[in-house]
Ligand binder design. Structure first.
Ligand code: AMP
Ligand code: FE
Ligand code: FE
Ligand code: ZN
Length: 281
């Protein structure tokens, strides 16, 4: 039992394939998982197919990045109608922008004398949503740094010499988009993003439904804090490992965070409400 609602696959910057993720979730006996890739829903259909004869349920999900008041805020969407054109159009634009940003970052790295080409980065992303982890992996492969963390610390971390911000949608737009496709919006790893009570209230005002209470990087105190804030402000709770697979500097492990099964029913109920409201308007 247990669930994991925050997992990245090879469709974005994770290293596990969809088949590996579903197999692992099944072995662990998880009742539900969500593949929440950055800016893509490309892994969801395959996950549903892979799980057909298993007891693990796949909840369609996504993770979208935003910047608000100079802070990174990530929004997770659950129970999204992931075939809707409005969503897909926005995602194509986000992924195209990721690709050109990666190319620009590669040029900056080359300007500082490092051995890397955009072709290699594209190859590493295997047709999926390109992110800085792919650039980091190529830098490791080419012997330009010894580890993924060194790549981030020295070159491509925020503020680093070859860092470039990516194009993102506004938080209000992201939450609206998730609602438009029947999804439930949750703020990801609020402890990591430094989400205050005031900011959480603002997010709620613009439509936020839930808070990611459980996350690999949350301390017990943070988990408690966000659980209380969620209860106090009538927000739903979500949680996940944020697993990016093996070979990552931050080895978040699939299924390693204890998260109660009950959260699924409340998320599904909220999604049904959102669908009903959408059909009325
Ligand atoms: P991007 O969306 O292209 O800006 O890349 C952000 C992703 O890079 C995050 O989702 C993480 O997977 C990864 N990441 C960010 N910071 C680090 C870090 N310091 N070390 C390793 N991976 C990181
Ligand atoms: Fe990531
Ligand atoms: Fe995130
Ligand atoms: Zn994530």
């Amino acid at each position: 039992m247990g669930v994991d609602l925050h997992i990245h696959s090879q469709a974005s910057d994770g290293t596990l394939s969809i088949a590996q993720i579903v197999e692992k979730a099944d072995q662990l006996g998880l009742s539900a998982i969500s593949i929440t890739d950055h800016d893509t829903v490309a892994g969801i259909d395959m996950a549903i197919r892979e799980s057909a004869d298993l007891s693990v349920t796949i909840i369609p999900g996504i993770e979208l990045s935003c910047v608000q008041d100079k802070r990174d805020v990530h929004i997770l969407g659950y129970f999204i109608d992931y075939h809707e054109e409005e969503l897909l159009d926005n995602l194509i634009h986000l992924r195209d922008s990721r690709a050109s940003r990666a190319e620009d970052m590669v040029n900056k790295l080359r300007d500082t004398g490092l051995d890397i080409s955009y072709e290699e980065v594209k190859e590493c992303a295997k047709g999926g949503s390109i992110g800085r982890p792919h650039i980091a992996q190529v830098l490791v492969k080419n012997g330009q740094v010894v580890s993924i963390s060194e790549a981030f610390n020295k070159h491509i971390g925020a503020g680093g010499p070859s860092y470039m911000p990516k194009y993102v949608l506004e938080v209000t737009k992201v939450i609206r988009l998730i609602h438009d496709v029947g999804g439930v919006a949750s703020v990801a790893h609020p402890g990591v993003s430094g989400v205050s009570e005031d900011f959480l209230l603002w997010l709620k005002e613009v439509g936020l439904d839930a808070v990611e209470v459980w996350h690999t990087e949350h301390t017990e105190a943070q988990t408690q804090q966000y659980m209380e804030l969620a209860n106090k402000h009538n927000l739903l709770r979500t949680g996940g490992s944020d697993c990016h697979g093996l070979g990552k500097s931050r080895g978040y492990v699939l299924g390693s965070v204890e998260i109660p099964d009950e959260i699924i029913a409340s998320l599904e109920a909220r999604s049904l409400e959102i669908h009903t409201l959408r059909n009325k308007s």
